[in-house]
Design a protein around this ligand. Structure first.
Ligand SMILES: *Cc1c(COP(=O)(O)O)cnc(C)c1O
Length: 389
């Protein structure tokens, strides 16, 4: 606890001081196996030599930041590498997932303005961030309560249910925002038919399709972006979390239809495209352009999925479902996920919950099969103890 920090988080009583690979060390010299990775942020784990060197290079130049009144030496390269990796056209840089979505929603509204279209369709159980438009797009009442009045023009459909989307589309509809894999909502992948159906509806009704890949992007699924595994393209893609390997950064990526909607003065961010962040983004893009890393993610992801399914077979009364792709996986439980996370925490394994009944695995993408086995062994022990209670 800190008497000087606002009470916005239910925090575990631990203070981390250093990290190496998939391990974190606290101020009592305890070591934890980390399957949270800063909530899908620390994709390369801790103390990655290449990332450290890249950041050091910027520090040595003495220019952390110059503002968007000018270019810095790193931002153009980051834009080129990131748009290439994502197969999009242009980038707008900001500092977080919420900000990336805020930019996307503002762009969609400006795009729709001359056509008198402004309504945004988002999904129930989605998560898009905590700023006003992003939290309004978030289809979970618990994040809305106490904060009325919310911005208007948002409606909510059921994820993976095209009929529920169709019933909401009218002549005011402007855009659909969706996570290809719902993260905070409980690790729920979209079906191929759903994303393809959304694309078709957007083309038919002249709507923008926005993918929020803040959590599922940047290699998590074994593709650079989760949607590349579906082969269905958006008009706008947002990314953050792992984008700069732990340096705060977000980005909105656009295509031919959306790249020229904003003009100077429409939108901005003081820190967006900052030298330190964009150097880190370029470095992350280089790493994710390496087929060997993507292959490693797919293989370790399959291994994790298999091990979790083994646990499901062993604990059929506790685990009802195993879901996910690559290294974003979740187990649905009949018991409170916090009890499992808490037991594992005692045994020095870091896990996080998602939704009301899911424990999520979003470890560093460099995790090995042996490290996964170690995590599974701790989880198994924890489930055995919880079952005995
Ligand atoms: C975490 C998350 C956000 C919000 O990102 P912040 O950086 O916390 O603002 C938005 N969308 C998704 C899918 C996320 O997982």
């Amino acid at each position: 606890m800190s008497e000087f920090m606002m009470n916005t988080y239910a925090q575990w009583p631990v203070t981390f001081v250093s990290g190496n690979g998939v391990y974190l060390t606290d101020d009592q010299n305890n070591t934890y196996l980390d399957c949270v990775a800063g909530i899908a942020v620390n994709a390369l784990g801790y103390k990655d030599a290449g990332l450290t060197d890249a950041l050091q290079e910027v520090l040595n130049q003495g220019i952390l930041h110059v503002s968007n009144l000018y270019y810095n030496a790193y931002v153009k390269e980051a834009a080129k590498k990131l748009t290439t990796l994502a197969e999009m056209e242009k980038a707008f840089f900001c500092n977080s997932g919420a900000e990336a979505n805020e930019a996307a929603l503002k762009l969609a509204r400006k795009w729709g303005h001359p056509k008198n279209k402004s309504t945004i369709i988002s999904m129930i159980d989605s998560f898009h961030g905590r700023t006003y438009a992003a939290v309004t797009a978030t289809g979970q009442k618990k994040y809305h309560q106490h904060f009325d009045p919310l911005p208007s023009g948002f409606v909510y459909a059921h994820f993976n249910d095209l009929d529920s989307i169709i019933s909401l589309i009218d002549r005011n509809t402007c855009a659909i925002i969706v996570e290809p894999i719902q993260g905070e909502g409980g690790i729920v992948p979209a079906t191929e038919e759903f994303l393809q159906g959304l694309r078709n509806l957007c083309d038919e009704h002249d709507l923008l399709l926005i993918y929020d890949e803040v959590q599922c992007g940047m290699g998590r699924t074994g593709k650079a972006f989760a949607s590349q595994g579906y082969n269905v393209k958006p008009d706008i893609l947002t990314t953050a979390k792992a984008l700069a390997g732990g340096v705060p950064a977000g980005a909105m990526l656009t295509n031919k239809k959306t790249s020229d909607v904003f003009a100077p003065g429409d939108h901005a961010s003081t820190f967006g495209g900052n030298a330190l962040a964009t150097k880190a983004i370029s470095y992350m893009c280089d790493r994710l352009s390496d087929e060997a890393l993507l292959k490693h993610i797919k293989e370790t992801g399959d291994h994790l999925n298999k091990k979790l399914n083994d646990l499901k077979a062993q604990f059929p009364t506790l685990i009802t479902d195993v879901r996910g792709m690559g290294l974003i996986q979740g187990i649905a439980l009949t018991i409170t996920p916090k009890d499992v996370v808490s037991k594992c925490f005692e045994k020095k394994l870091l896990l996080a919950s998602a939704g009301s009944n899911v424990v999520r695995f979003v470890p560093p993408l460099i995790i090995t099969k042996e490290e996964i086995d170690k995590a599974i062994a701790i989880l198994q022990e924890s489930l055995e103890e919880l079952l005995r209670k």
